[in-house]
Design a binder for this molecule. Structure first.
Ligand code: NAP
Length: 487
């Protein structure tokens, strides 16, 4: 099926908008095929932007910048609120589009649309609360007045695992702050970004305020934009490897960077945890998006007294999941994004097994044309197996046994990553104490889900710089300006 075939029955075919979106114009073209990971069929082609196209997008963002900056916060808020409303009205179409190009199961896709839209509602509310500061200088010599200006043109780069939410988590605060943006979505999932741009225009976002481009050469295209002195912000979500490259690139022109990078989340279960609650939480933390989430539980550390019951319970729940095409109504676990992803997961599991791990369910890729790997549980995993140190990004739960609280904290911290962690314990003071000891930007206690547009999302260590969401997210797109004032 392609998106233009009669079977592609969307309520609003206008959501199939594709073409570079620059200065409010749609510039048609092709060159980048978009594949349905459930079937390996090509769904559509999107244009392949050149460096010159990217410069045109910077020109458009520059042309719109002064007007958008001068647009009263209340008006910016109302536009974002309308965009939230339009996403909600088109939620089912957007979910189907996400499911087609990303492969995720429809319930996951619906959840993503709701989550993504909330960033527009939240930042509609924050646009009218941009903070300032007034202080007396300790010397008594003057007064200190702090204002916040929009930082300038922002380049936004997003991954394929949440095609809508990773974009709105950046566009919402950038527009609320008064910045104009150029969004470069992942090549695997550009259709959702273009669909959202169409809804943004309908919501009243002026031409040039949001520009969207797809390219097969992200390196040169993004470098050219970062080298342009008009670009003042890079907000990136993706792998730590690409994040490091972009930080080096941005250093050349000292562009402000927000980085949401990879994770390796530990999920700690203590003997005194409620077993059923821990299993429910584990299924959410592991299987939201079939494990293709930066916050996905990557390492399960389970205390000796509850270990065997946890392994049995998780195995039963994982084995019961229905794997299938993302858009099939019965599907709970969709395909991986590419064959390359399946190969990587297979390699990590096979290596762990070769070193003594035991598979209790799943454990090998599924046959067929789509990119399927089954829900998998492995126990008795050695601490130095590669799977303990790499982001799995798939439906595999490796379980490790621990004895003491100190050991659990040490194991949880034995990684360069520091995005998210989960702690299950019936003793809240222990859970908080352990959470304090874990070097991550986020800790979920007796919960399998932490993402919330009202909370500061982000990582410590090599999982990132800065925060998205919450009251601090908007400040990533603002430059503080201090006035020394004599009255
Ligand atoms: P990726 O390979 O780093 O790609 C992310 C984005 O960067 C894509 O748009 C990609 O474009 C672009 N890109 C690749 N090379 C580039 C370069 N040299 N210069 C400029 N842009 C470049 O990551 P991914 O595989 O899409 O996403 C998975 C990763 O994202 C995981 O590590 C996951 O943990 C992380 N992630 C983090 C968060 C968070 O909030 N911390 C959230 C979601 C995902 P192309 O698609 O065209 O290659």
């Amino acid at each position: 099926m392609t998106l233009d075939s009669p079977r592609a029955d969307f309520a609003d075919p206008g959501l199939h908008a594709r073409g570079l979106y620059i200065g409010g114009d749609w510039l048609p073209g092709g060159g980048i095929p978009v594949t349905n990971p459930s079937t390996a069929e090509v769904l559509a082609e999107v244009p392949d932007a050149s460096v010159e196209d990217a410069m045109r997008a910077v020109d458009a963002a520059e042309a719109a910048a002064a007007g958008w900056r001068a647009t009263p916060p209340r008006q910016r808020a109302e536009i974002l609120r309308r965009w939230f409303g339009l996403m909600t009205d088109h939620a089912e179409d957007l979910a189907r589009l996400i499911s087609l190009e990303n492969g995720k199961a429809l319930p996951d896709a619906r959840g993503e649309v709701a989550y993504a839209a909330e960033f527009f509602r939240w930042y509609a509310e924050e646009a009218v609360r941009i903070p300032g500061e007034f202080r007396h200088a300790p010397s008594g010599a003057h007064h200190i007045l702090v204002d916040h200006d929009p930082i300038g043109i922002a380049v936004l780069i997003t991954p394929w695992n949440f095609p809508a939410a990773m974009a709105t988590r950046k566009i919402g605060p950038a527009l609320a702050a008064g910045c104009t943006v150029i969004l470069k979505p992942a090549s695997e999932t550009p259709l959702t970004a273009y669909a959202m741009a169409r809804l943004g225009a309908e919501a009243g976002v002026p031409p040039g305020v949001v520009n969207v481009l797809t390219t097969s050469q992200p390196g040169p295209v993004v470098s050219a934009m970062l080298a342009d002195p008009r670009v003042r912000k890079l907000s990136f979500t993706g792998s730590t490897g690409v994040g490091r490259t972009l930080l080096a690139e941005a250093a050349k022109t000292v562009v402000s960077c927000s980085m949401e990078l990879g994770g390796n989340a530990p999920f700690l279960v203590f003997d005194d945890a409620d077993l059923d609650a821990a299993l429910d939480g584990a299924m959410i933390a592991k299987m939201r998006n079939a494990g293709e989430a930066c916050t996905a539980a990557n390492r399960f550390y389970v205390q000796a007294g509850i270990h065997d019951a946890f392994v049995a319970g998780l195995t039963a729940r994982m084995a019961a999941l229905v794997v299938g095409a993302g858009t099939d109504a019965a599907t709970q676990v969709g395909p991986m994004i590419t064959t390359k992803a399946v190969t990587k997961i297979d390699r990590l599991v096979s290596q762990a097994v070769a070193r003594g791990a035991r598979v209790t369910t799943g454990g090998a890729p599924l046959p067929g044309s789509g990119y399927f790997y089954p829900p998998t549980v492995i126990e008795n995993v050695p601490e130095d197996a590669e799977i303990a140190h790499e982001e799995i990004f798939g439906p595999v739960a490796p379980i490790y046994r621990f004895e003491t609280e100190e050991q659990a904290i040490r194991l949880a911290n034995a990684t360069e990553y520091g995005l998210a962690a989960y702690v299950y314990s019936g003793d809240l003071s222990r859970a908080l104490r352990v959470g304090k000891g874990i070097e991550t930007g986020m800790v979920a206690i007796n919960r399998g889900l932490m993402s919330d547009p009202a909370a500061p999302f982000g990582g410590a260590k090599q999982s990132g710089l800065g925060r998205e969401g919450g009251v601090t997210g908007i400040l990533e797109f603002m430059e503080p300006k201090y006035f020394a004032v004599n009255f």
